[in-house]
Ligand binder design. Structure first.
Ligand code: FES
Ligand SMILES: [Fe+2]
Length: 355
């Protein structure tokens, strides 16, 4: 029998700080889809892994990620998103950087002795493309995504061959009043699907299954004839959803031509920013996809209500800690074993002081 971690795991500021440094500071984190920065000169800004970042596609078509901070006296360099011409000009004293992050001009600096512009480039952040999405990692020693997640990328692409060319059709942003781990844990089990999701109607748990690998797990529906057999990824059909370490959900929407991603940025021990985007291959939200997206909005609202209630409960001295309801063979739709897998990974981050 496995037990979930203590209340402090979800409420202590010190744990939050450790996780931002040791976990989000080292993991691969999704920034956006490649189509969000497709045009030369295009850029977007975001807070990812606790750092303000700017993602810029140079006029040379190379995508670069920077800390969004001027090297003079630390003003923010870029806001929102848009298209740049030749330089990034700081709004404070007009230091101007090339789209490769090198300092080009700084007013009056010719008067300053020994000033070397080459020493004031904006620091870069490592990036990688993953199934058409841009990921970043704040740690240069973390292995490449391929080495961490096995065939997850090729599986996503096999199920959605046009994923790299998809375009966003619906974007939803929300601040959830819950610790990021409570949000992820809720997503990792369907034990709650029948009770907490009226929008699902009658949820057939017998054909809902889990599969998992290194740093990821997946839930989805299998044909009734396969319900009693061992489940592999190839058995899953239609709607299904992956979780990828640490805080990304990838979901198949209507079929191979649409896709949902939800990424999570912890803001504090009890607040999490969620960005959820639906993509489609032709960049259009058909009536059928709109109905699906409307339903997904309802499902997510139900999940927000649940995790915010859990977060309030975790603040109560009356919660003594529970137990994970796990199926021994781990594939049953109702099993909470994927929660246990996630909690084990976070416990590893906390090392000698797990929970
Ligand atoms: S802080 Fe950017 S130019 Fe001074
Ligand atoms: Fe849910």
């Amino acid at each position: 029998m496995r037990h979930p971690p203590s209340r402090a795991w979800y409420t202590d500021r010190s744990r939050f700080e450790i996780e931002m440094r040791e976990l989000f500071g080292r993991a691969w984190l999704v920034v956006c889809h490649g189509s969000d920065v497709a045009e030369p000169g295009s850029y977007l800004t975001a807070r990812i892994g606790g750092e303000e970042i700017a993602l810029v596609r140079g006029r040379d078509d190379v995508l670069r990620c920077f800390h969004n901070v001027c090297q003079h006296r630390a003003h923010r360099l870029l806001e929102g998103r848009g298209v740049l011409k030749a330089v990034i000009t700081c709004p404070y004293h007009a230091w101007a950087y090339g789209l490769d992050g090198t300092l080009r001009t700084a007013p009056n600096m010719t008067q300053v002795r020994d000033f070397d512009p080459a020493a004031f480039s904006v620091p870069r952040i490592r990036t990688a493309m993953f199934a058409g999405f841009v990921m970043l990692c704040h740690d240069d020693d973390t292995p490449e995504p391929d080495a961490l997640f096995g065939d997850l990328e090729s599986r996503l692409l096999a199920d959605h061959p046009r994923l790299p060319e998809m375009k966003a059709v619906r974007v939803r942003e929300a601040v959830l009043n819950a610790n990021w781990k409570a949000v992820i844990e809720n997503y990792l089990e369907c034990y709650h699907c029948d009770t907490a999701h009226p929008s699902f109607g009658n949820f057939d748990m017998t054909t809902w299954k889990h599969v998992w690998g290194n740093g990821w797990s997946r839930q989805g529906r299998v044909p009734a004839a396969k319900a009693d057999k061992a489940t592999g990824q190839d058995d899953i059909e239609g709607l299904s959803a992956w979780w990828q370490w640490p805080a990304v959900f990838w979901a198949r929407a209507l079929g191979p031509e649409s896709f949902v991603v939800a990424r999570h940025e912890p803001l504090s021990a009890n607040q999490t920013h969620q960005t959820r985007v639906v993509y489609s291959a032709d960049g259009k939200e058909t009536a059928e996809l709109k109905d699906f997206n409307d339903l997904f909005d309802e499902v997510f609202a139900e999940d927000v209500s649940v995790v915010e209630s859990v977060q309030r409960g975790l603040g109560s001295r009356g919660y003594r800690g529970g137990v994970l309801v796990e199926d021994p063979d781990r594939s049953a739709g109702w099993s909470e074993h994927a929660v246990g897998q996630f909690q084990a990974m976070v416990r590893d981050v906390h090392g000698a002081n797990p929970a």
